[in-house]
Design a protein around this ligand. Structure first.
Ligand SMILES: [Zn+2]
Ligand SMILES: [Zn+2]
Length: 495
């Protein structure tokens, strides 16, 4: 970003320390940026009364009007240019860079790092420098971290929406309650000077916002290009299988703030029961255990009594219905079922992988595949069976937890889903692990899989491997690594 030389903002703001910094005792950005940001957030809270900000800035802007009355068009042009560049940048970040997915999958310290970069950069580059923050009460670290990162995404979407609603040569003015007050409170009609001050203030605000977003985008893009350690595992998974990463991101995006209530008997939620739904709780459980077991009606409570009386007042046990407080993934209604179990088991180590079976087929299985399915269903600890030339089965077992999970999820896909994604990934992994086992060979494994899945596995696998690019790791190994990195992250966010 280039900046006009010797702008009045630089003259007014950079030579003397920030007005707000002095007035509110804000720590210097050079001294400690964490404290600087905290101090600013406190300052913004106390500035709820918009008049203070406006009066102070007015003073500077009126001086500016006297000294540089022709300055406004230049500043406007600069802000428009920044906003146009930003619109292009954001569009490509969201579409090609899958920004939303990566952002949601990043952990909070990383999101903090990028937001901080944006704030610092805007305070260095924007007109009025850090004082411009006073005109942007919605740009706070705390606010934009909300909703596991969703708040920033919403803010950026709003910017894109606002920007595309104005022409290319007009500035986009971000709406904000504070700003509306400033606009409304000025007595009309406006003098030329008032108009200038007003328009300048709008530029100061939107310039800071633009610089802030640019700063966040730059910091984020740099991390992507450099494949920073923290972002690498996410990118890794996304390169291999975008749908997995998108699944996680979607789960984070639709995060609930609090659990829903369901009737312990009919299992219906308030929205399913209709607007007149009234829940009652079991009073004994409430009094003795401080535990709420909900019923939609007397009838449901009576019906459930047979089942509930064993625990009533003794043990806080519910059916752990989806979305209710008893469900440890209540916060993530969109978590795909296959992850739900993993998440419901906390650290994952206790997850019962044995339950990830072959699934319900959406196509007619070959007889070879039917045999395979019946064998893995009979031996739930085995992950696959390979056959020697004399039809002796050799048991294949994946030991590492996340690898086993990924293998089994792909196995379900290959054996049951219409798309049958996962077939080649399984083949690739089986070859790597098992081709040198006595009694087996690359050819024998390919032959077996070809007859099970009814495709020329050698051809399919060649294509699959080429698509994955040169690598010593199989698709499954990369996925396992990625899920291992992301799974616990998602779990630790739970609840
Ligand atoms: Zn009910
Ligand atoms: Zn009870």
């Amino acid at each position: 970003m280039s900046h006009p030389d010797a702008s009045p903002a630089e003259i007014d703001a950079s030579e003397s320390p920030s007005f707000f910094a002095r007035k509110f005792g804000i720590t210097s950005i050079k001294e400690d940026r964490i404290r600087w940001n905290k101090d600013w957030e406190t300052c913004l809270k106390s500035l709820k009364n918009s008049g203070v900000v406006f009066e102070e800035m007015q003073f500077v802007l009126r001086k500016c009007y006297e000294e540089y009355p022709g300055f406004l068009p230049d500043i406007q042009k600069d802000v428009i240019r920044k906003q146009n560049a930003l619109q292009t940048l954001l569009a490509s970040m969201f579409s090609q860079g899958n920004f939303a997915t990566v952002w949601l999958l990043l952990d909070e310290p990383n999101r903090q790092k990028h937001l901080m970069h944006g704030l610092v950069q805007a305070s260095e580059r924007a007109l009025f420098h850090e004082d411009a923050r006073a005109s942007c009460p919605e740009i706070t670290m705390t606010g934009l971290l909300k909703g596991s990162g969703n708040a920033l995404l919403k803010f950026l979407e709003l910017f894109q929406e606002m920007k595309s609603s104005v022409s290319e040569d007009a500035p986009c003015l971000m709406p904000c309650e504070w700003w509306d007050h400033v606009v409304d409170d000025v007595p009309k009609p406006l003098s030329d000077e008032d108009q200038f001050v007003h328009a300048m203030l709008a530029m100061v605000r939107n310039d800071f916002i633009a610089e802030f977003i640019i700063g966040v985008a730059e910091s984020f893009s740099r991390a992507v290009v450099n494949k920073d350690k923290d972002i690498k595992s996410i990118l890794n998974v996304m390169e291999q299988d975008l749908s997995i990463a998108d699944g996680f991101a979607h789960a984070l995006k639709t995060k609930r703030d609090k659990p829903i209530i369901r009737c312990e008997n009919c299992e219906k939620s308030a929205s399913e029961l209709g607007s007149d739904a009234r829940f009652m709780v079991c009073s004994t459980c409430k009094a003795k255990l401080k535990f709420s077991l909900h019923y939609c009606s007397q009838k449901c409570q009576t019906e459930d009594w047979k089942r509930h009386k064993v625990n009533c007042g003794k043990k806080a046990i519910s059916k752990r219905l989806p979305g209710t407080a008893g469900d440890s993934t209540w916060a993530y209604p969109a978590v795909p079922d296959m992850y739900r179990e993993m998440l419901n088991n906390g650290n994952g180590r206790t997850m019962n992988l044995r339950d990830i079976g072959a699934g319900t087929p959406q196509f007619v299985r070959s007889s070879a595949l039917q045999l395979q399915v019946s064998m893995i269903e009979a031996d739930k600890d085995a992950d696959y069976f390979l056959f020697t030339a004399s039809q002796e089965p050799i048991r294949f077992v994946v030991h590492e937890f996340f690898m086993k999970m990924v293998f089994r999820l792909l196995r379900t896909n290959a054996m049951s889903s219409k798309e049958r994604t996962g077939t080649c990934a399984l083949a690739q992994y089986l070859l790597k692990e098992m081709a040198s086992t006595p009694g087996l060979s690359k050819e024998s494994i390919l032959r077996q899989l070809s007859s099970e899945y009814g495709i020329d596995m050698e051809v399919a696998l060649k294509e699959f491997t080429e698509r994955g690019g040169p690598s010593n790791e199989t698709f499954l190994e990369k996925m396992g690594k990625g899920v291992r990195a992301m799974g616990p992250k998602l779990m630790s966010m739970g609840g």
